[in-house]
Design a protein around this ligand. Structure first.
Ligand code: GRF
Length: 202
């Protein structure tokens, strides 16, 4: 990327896309003035995140397990989209699928994930969605939070970029805790992208 060019981001999603929306909003407000979203790729064709992309004139595509059951073929289709869009950085924002090693290798240190816990706690295989927050409550934790990290071949094992805590409050349910953590996610994901745009992370 030349210094005057914008960082081209592809966002991979599966659901509501509030983190995608936060990145869009931070680009539109000028906070992320060196970034642009070139693709939204969803593993779920009904994801509201695709609607959010459409609302902001961002090209969205669905590449689902139903369309392409073979993981290698699915990965090839995703990589084709990423290449066609000239992707510099991949953001996993609630993406509920595991990436194939060839994709991770091709975009080494250029894939970032947001996870709704304080990694290394409550992460890895099986810790997704409300399960993360239910486990935090079952563990009687006093705090939880969110983590932005690079993606490597493991599940939630890549180098941590940013992390922030929220309190767990008496009477919390997985939903109330998820909402509190989401507020943090919406702030630290754009912050991490800004650090990448500014070359503050190698
Ligand atoms: C977020 O909690 C994210 O950390 C997790 O999935 C959720 C996605 O939410 N990986 P949204 O689709 O961005 O609203």
């Amino acid at each position: 990327m030349r210094s005057h060019e914008k960082l081209k981001i592809s966002v991979l999603v599966s659901g509501g896309g509030t983190n995608l929306q936060s990145v869009i909003d931070h680009i539109e407000s000028g906070y992320l003035d060196k970034a642009k979203i070139v693709r939204v790729i969803s593993s779920n064709c009904d994801a509201f995140a695709l609607k959010r992309a459409e609302n902001h004139n961002i090209k969205g595509v669905c590449i689902s397990k139903e369309m392409l059951p073979d993981p290698k073929e699915r990965c090839a289709a995703i990589m084709k989209e990423l290449e066609a869009a000239g992707t510099d950085l991949i953001i996993l924002a609630g993406y509920m699928s595991i990436l194939e090693p060839e994709l991770i290798d091709r975009y080494r240190d250029k894939i970032v994930n947001i996870h709704p816990s304080l990694i290394p706690k409550y992460c890895g295989k099986g810790f997704y969605g409300r399960k993360v927050h239910a486990a935090v409550l079952a563990g009687n934790e006093l705090a939880s939070g969110a983590t932005v990290h690079f993606v490597d071949e493991g599940v939630d094992t890549g180098k941590i970029i940013l992390q922030e805590q929220v309190p767990v409050k008496p009477g919390d349910t997985p939903e109330t805790l998820a909402n509190r953590v989401l507020q943090i996610e919406h702030r630290i994901l754009p912050e991490a992208i800004k650090m990448l745009c500014d070359g503050k992370l190698k």
